[in-house]
Ligand binder design. Structure first.
Ligand code: FAD
Length: 478
């Protein structure tokens, strides 16, 4: 069978692996010679607020690992620094590639960049091809009976499962034609410093980047998968996969994870549902890119959120006086991770107890989360603030103390992240201000001195939020 192309350039972006990789597999099938490239995109790097950023180090290490893996297969990775929209067409030109292959990205900025690259390539007779890889099912493939994209998770999830066939799930082989990989004309891996960044505590935190890191994380999680359904809401236990960063940067194939979960059945079904939530929010962002700056539901858009800068600062720093909220916010800053249940509680607390615009919280998460992903972050924030599609109804307000008692019963998670409360015993730790002055002294934690008093009273904050949502939810656009 004749190849369609003489030379193809595979452009890696958020798919930093050389196994089960759609664009690479297709390129090896369709071309006689295949070059591989990654661009540290200065458009993205320059916009980051901090010069020490765990995500940059994660990518940098994963790119080095990808280069080593491709080199072992007889090829290698061309690594460049610059504006990807310009570097990729120039590289295709320099290497005389007929086409550029990449895996599809659904974020508005990536779509704009890809449109630019496509136009630049086509203007000189080259072509640009995108493949489904980051998700199992492309957003356009799952529609309701009326042909419209879904806005509610459960019917989406049902239709998604029904839509699956071999083509969605089968591995995209690389090894079979790896001999077609071409070595890079010159080798050049910039140091982290050359990119303008300094090293972080990523490895010290136990995060293992690259394909090997993903594999080790996945192998370890499979031992716990059967208990996921029962224990996943417990931040004090290590019951979830920690694969989010690997899914974010594609160091593992989502096809492999979904295939496994489908076969495993039982407790794995709850985990599969989370992977479908990931696809749901990708689909929502793709069809409704306005959610980046606006509420999904017009009745909640442009609300005059009254929360103050001081409220926001207390929340960011983990000084609200609500132990579970503070533990979560401190875990985020210390590690770049926060347990999902706690993310839900802190997001609800900011938007409902403090009535701070959810977009401020979303930006804070975007700055600190190692697994930060526009679609999932925005979708979940809008869920928690009740402004999103299929969101928590506006009148449902988490009680942070009840959540704490239920999901961190012994207070172990709190004690880990809020050392001021380390000697406060279990029942009291969820609402330490209720301890008598004597008990406070005995546990070395006087409220107001060693640990803040609650910044709002739950009952009062709840009533205020209900009244505020009732009064304002039709104010604009409703
Ligand atoms: P597991 O429980 O093992 O789940 C497996 C995978 O499913 C995750 O790795 C993730 O890819 C996906 N997933 C799980 N829960 C969700 C969800 N609710 N929505 C979408 N995908 C999900 N997840 C991100 O990947 N990036 C974000 O920026 C992000 N921001 C969030 C913000 C808020 C306010 C909330 C409430 C949740 C957010 N999540 C985000 C979803 C979820 O908290 C994380 O995916 C999860 O905690 C990651 O841990 P894990 O890999 O151990 O998850």
């Amino acid at each position: 069978m004749g190849e369609r192309f003489d030379r193809v350039l595979v452009w890696f972006r958020r798919d930093l692996r050389d196994e089960d990789h759609a664009a690479l597999s297709r390129a090896l099938h369709d071309a006689r010679a295949v070059y591989c490239a990654f661009v540290f995109d200065t458009d993205i790097l320059e916009a980051l607020p901090d010069r020490a950023d765990r995500r940059v180090e994660f990518i940098w290490r994963s790119v080095a690992a990808l280069d080593a893996a491709l080199t072992a297969r007889g090829g290698g990775l061309i690594v460049r620094v610059g504006r990807a929209a310009e570097v990729i067409p120039a590289l295709a030109q320099a290497l005389a590639c007929d086409a550029v292959f990449a895996n599809r990205d659904y974020e508005p900025a990536a779509l704009a960049r890809d449109a630019q690259v496509k136009a630049a390539l086509e203007s000189v007779g080259r072509s640009f091809h995108l493949f489904r890889d980051q998700v199992i099912v492309d957003p356009e493939e799952v529609r309701s009976a009326s042909g419209r994209p879904y806005q509610v998770f459960t019917p989406f999830s049902r239709a998604w499962l029904k839509r699956l066939d071999e083509a969605h799930l089968s591995p995209q082989p690389v090894a079979v034609r790896a001999a077609r990989l071409a070595p890079p004309p010159r080798r050049e891996m910039p140091s982290l410093e050359a990119l303008g960044f300094s090293p972080t505590d990523l490895l010290a935190l136990g995060v293992a980047p690259g394909m090997d890191g993903a594999r080790a994380t996945w192998d370890a999680f499979r031992q716990r998968l059967a208990d996921y359904d029962r224990l996943r809401d417990r931040p004090d236990l290590d019951a979830t996969s920690h694969l989010s960063v690997h899914l974010r940067f594609g160091t593992i194939s989502v096809r492999e994870l979904v295939r496994y979960a489908l076969q495993a059945g039982g407790g794995a079904q709850a985990w599969l549902a989370e992977l479908i939530w990931r696809e749901f929010f990708q689909m929502i962002l793709f069809f409704h890119p306005q959610v980046v700056n606006h509420a999904f539901r017009a009745e909640f858009d442009g609300l005059p959120w009254p929360g103050t800068d001081a409220d926001f600062a207390r929340w960011c720093e983990g000084r609200t006086g609500y132990p579970l909220v503070d533990a979560g916010m401190r875990q985020l800053r210390a590690t770049g991770f926060m347990h999902n249940r706690v993310r839900m509680v802190v997001a609800s607390f900011l938007s409902k107890h403090l009535l701070v615009d959810w977009r401020r919280g979303e930006r804070h998460f975007a700055r600190w989360l190692l697994d930060y992903e526009l679609a999932s972050n925005n979708g979940n924030w809008q869920w928690a603030a009740s402004t999103g599609c299929d969101a928590q109804p506006w009148f449902r307000i988490f009680n942070p103390v009840a959540q704490s008692r239920r999901y961190d019963p012994e207070g172990r998670y709190i004690r880990r992240w809020v050392p001021e409360l380390s000697r406060v015993p279990a029942p009291a730790i969820h609402a330490p201000w209720e301890m008598s002055p004597l008990a406070q002294e005995a546990s070395g934690c006087r409220i107001g001195r060693d640990y803040p008093a609650p910044c709002v009273d739950h009952g009062h904050a709840r009533e205020r939020a209900l009244a505020w949502f009732r009064a304002h939810r039709h104010a604009d656009g409703g």
